[in-house]
Write a protein that binds this ligand. Sequence first.
Ligand code: SF4
Length: 266
Amino acid sequence: MTNTSFTPLDVYKILPQTNCRKCLLPSCLAFAAGIVAGSRKLTDCPDLDRGTIADFQARHQAPGPKETNQAEFVDTLQKKMAGLDLAAVAPLIGATVHKDTIIINSLGKDFILDHQGNMTSECHIIPWVQIPLLSYITNKRHADISGNWVSFREIKGGIDWQGLFTSRCEEPLRRLADNNPDLLTDLIGLFMGKAIDWYEADIALILYPFPKIPILICYQAPEDDLQSKLTIFFDACCNTNLHIKSIFTLCSGLVQMFSKIAEHHN
Ligand code: SF4
């Protein structure tokens, strides 16, 4: 497969340029052409050190299809933002407006977005927040929090994503809670959540990834021969306020973040 993110000259510049033929090609230039054509790998040159290879790959790696799709999707959502009446939308999604920006709270941190969908925050902007947040703001319909909790599979489209949701969200979070007994309680303080009483749960906490996307995490610790149990519920309004794919992206990103917090604590 031809690689168009760099030229033979780009490759040639990092080669030893000795034409030693250890790569079984007649010259370094022929080797560089082979790299661009995809018929050779940089590691096929035995005199090229790993550090140079890693540096070259980091500088020239073309975005993969997933990253390209994500960039395109962000672009589409940002264009939708441009057509929004921010002052009209803000109260519907639990946000406020200041000058030409909309301010929205996610887990206790403010995110500020302008009319072009550009986002600033005291946190690092990461795709698992950026895409769901833009989707949430630009969603056509907005519902208020109902107080009715539903499982992931009860959300529209949830059945199709249930397997992935269990393996990427509920299961890893259950294991994290097993190995870090204080983690869930700590999350309440860290992310402005609140604890509630919940049938059969040892701990139940509500977090607000977005103002009108509350999630309820219910954990039952292991007992005797019984394995622990963890379920994530969603307010029924999530059905209206966010697409299932964004809900999944948000939850899997959250669980990865919780995992890093647990590592840090340990
Ligand atoms: S082995 Fe490396 S230095 Fe030798 S000819 Fe091939 S590319 Fe050039």
